[in-house]
Design a protein around this ligand. Structure first.
Ligand SMILES: [Zn+2]
Length: 349
């Protein structure tokens, strides 16, 4: 398809210019899977992940297959050890012992910068540079982007569990949770590796993940992520909304993520769905957070002044990335995009 060719050319050009923002240009292959998955959202049952017994881990457990990424992986694990409990590190220790990291230049053609494949516990990174004659090196992306990409994929590794052929990756399982999972993964990259916080790719999803964290609490959300436990996330959200709305929120975020990955291949119909899902997410989160604050106010855990301060800040954050959606609406085929994003989230009230 001509549009696809244009997309690949544009992506390759931006790569050569060193302008790859790590994960915005992600997952063309995953994108196709994602659209298949969106059709079956209605039928999906969210299930508890398998439990893992605690693991011992020491320096000898870093496998040879890490190659030149060994230092990066060691830094990643040491950082996690400073921030998490041993219980939360069980999946990291379990998976890292046979983790493989390789590189594949062809990923550029698919606009993929990094990929974690749970089925064979392998991270494949896009080749960073090509050696040309006369000692000339052509860089496809910077060292900062390379580290950022490997940390993002390592978080996927650190939060993945298997049960037979089925895998549970952070907040993603079966056919739901991809959006919140990518967002929370980038939120953790920004939190634990702050040098890279400006470069994360799933900014919009990370913002919604952060707002979700404000609703259920950081400790519970981090614990659920590293235990691959979407069911607990939903159960916690049920304290402030009903299960149907919690599921709807996750599905709508999956839709936003899937459509935003299509970049300028979005049709006008895609744009309408994207905008609709984006606005529904904001309403559900707003209602859940209001309920949380109402509870805290009635339990005297919050003064009226604190209530308005928290609420105003939450409302402001809900609309923080409206401009990205506005941009998506303007990409090609713009004849029908007279639909406007609700710029002022006060209107949700
Ligand atoms: Zn990812």
């Amino acid at each position: 398809m001509p549009n696809e060719i244009i997309a690949i050319l544009a992506a390759t050009t931006s790569a050569v210019l060193g302008n790859i923002s790590a994960f915005i240009l992600t997952h063309k292959i995953k994108n196709k899977i994602q659209f298949h998955r969106l059709n079956v959202l209605e039928n999906c049952e969210i299930i508890a992940p398998p439990k893992l017994s605690s693991q011992n881990f020491s320096l000898v457990d870093y496998p040879e297959s890490l190659g030149e990424y060994r230092q990066e992986v060691m830094h990643f694990v040491e950082t996690l050890q400073k921030n998490l409990t041993e219980d939360q590190l069980t999946r990291t220790y379990n998976n890292i012992k046979n983790l493989r990291i390789d590189e594949n230049a062809l990923l550029h053609l698919y606009r993929i910068c990094g990929l974690y494949r749970a089925s064979n516990n392998t991270i494949t990174m896009s080749t960073q540079k090509v050696n040309l004659p006369f000692g000339i090196k052509l860089y496809f992306f910077s060292d900062i982007d390379k580290s950022l990409m490997s940390y993002h994929e390592l978080f996927h590794m650190a939060s993945t569990t298997y049960k037979g052929d089925e895998y549970f990756m952070g907040f993603s399982q079966r056919n739901i949770g991809d959006g919140i999972n990518e967002g929370y993964t980038d939120l953790l990259v920004a939190r634990y590796f702050s040098n890279y916080s400006k470069n994360i790719g799933y900014k919009l999803e990370a913002n919604f993940a952060s707002l979700t964290e404000q609703i259920i609490g950081q400790e519970k959300m981090t614990d659920a992520y590293f235990k691959s436990d979407l069911l607990t996330l939903i159960t916690e959200l049920e304290n402030y909304t009903d299960r149907e709305k919690a599921r709807q929120y996750l599905s709508d975020l999956d839709i936003v993520t899937a459509f935003r990955r299509k970049q300028f291949l979005l049709t006008d119909s895609d744009k309408s769905k994207l905008l609709e899902s984006y606005n529904k997410i904001k309403v559900i989160l707003y209602e859940a957070y209001s309920k949380k604050l109402d509870k805290e106010l009635s339990n005297n855990n919050l003064t009226a002044a604190e209530y308005s301060k928290c609420m105003n800040s939450f409302i402001e954050s809900l609309s923080k990335y409206d401009y990205l959606i506005v941009k998506d609406m303007k990409k090609l085929n713009t004849s029908q995009n007279s639909v406007a994003v609700t710029q002022n989230s006060q209107k949700h009230r």
